[in-house]
Write a protein that binds this ligand. Sequence first.
Ligand code: B1M
Length: 208
Amino acid sequence: MQTTESICQALMKGRAAEVKLLVDQALQEGVPAVKILNDGLLQGMGIIGDKFKKNEVYVPEVLIAARAMKAGMEILKPKLVAAGVQPLATAVIGTVKGDLHDIGKNLVGMMLEGAGLKVVDAGIDVAPEKFVQLAKDNQAQVIGVSALLTTTMTNMKLVVEAVKAAGLTTKVMVGGAPVTQAFCDEIGAHGYAADAASAADLAKKLLK
Ligand code: B1M
């Protein structure tokens, strides 16, 4: 088995220490950093994302896979930077104003990173102006807004309006338990995803 395939397998099992060792081994073998990223780490995270969508794995498996990816990235990141590899795009994510739930939002962030995006996490209870400011500061192509409460999801509309008012072309995607495609359409957001793995697919689609 190629080392990148072993990295993919170890990541899917959430074996962070093994992923670290294998990434190091692949680098020693002269495998290019970008190949290790694409065929090892991102491949593994992509498979976990698909399994998550099909309910073949659940939140804990995604969390430990993401932790393993992070461990591999610690070794790989300096090599990628040295090789001039750029992230696919930048996404600012956060939970909408008034809302303190962040477990789903964090999962979305992990899946976006797993899809090759740089993620700027604005945190929870994020005001529309803060989303806009961070999008500007980081030249983000995507803003991801999460809401878990029927009382706070309405604040997503304010984010869409603030982005428009600032003249940004940044795409706004929304999600969270009470959010639906119909609500997304109603507030004029660019896209809705039902789960974290679909959010990563959606972000890539919105970038095209
Ligand atoms: Co809260 N809470 N909570 N809570 N809480 C819910 C959401 C609730 C449904 C519970 C219930 O009554 N059955 C209910 C909302 C009712 C409603 O509005 N319809 C509720 C309530 C009422 C409240 C408080 C008002 C309670 C109170 O104080 N009286 C309060 C509000 C505080 C505030 O935010 N201002 C409150 C507080 C809390 C805690 C702080 C205790 C805690 C949050 C801890 C934390 O997040 N760090 C909490 C929790 C844990 C929950 C439940 C139990 C679990 C939420 C969760 O993390 N789910 C929840 C009940 C439930 O869902 N069973 C509940 C797991 C997570 C992985 O799923 O976040 O849906 P989820 O994310 C999914 C998708 O939605 C999607 O991807 C994820 C998975 O792939 N997704 C996106 C999420 N964001 C996305 C963004 C995207 C795309 C997809 O694109 C950008």
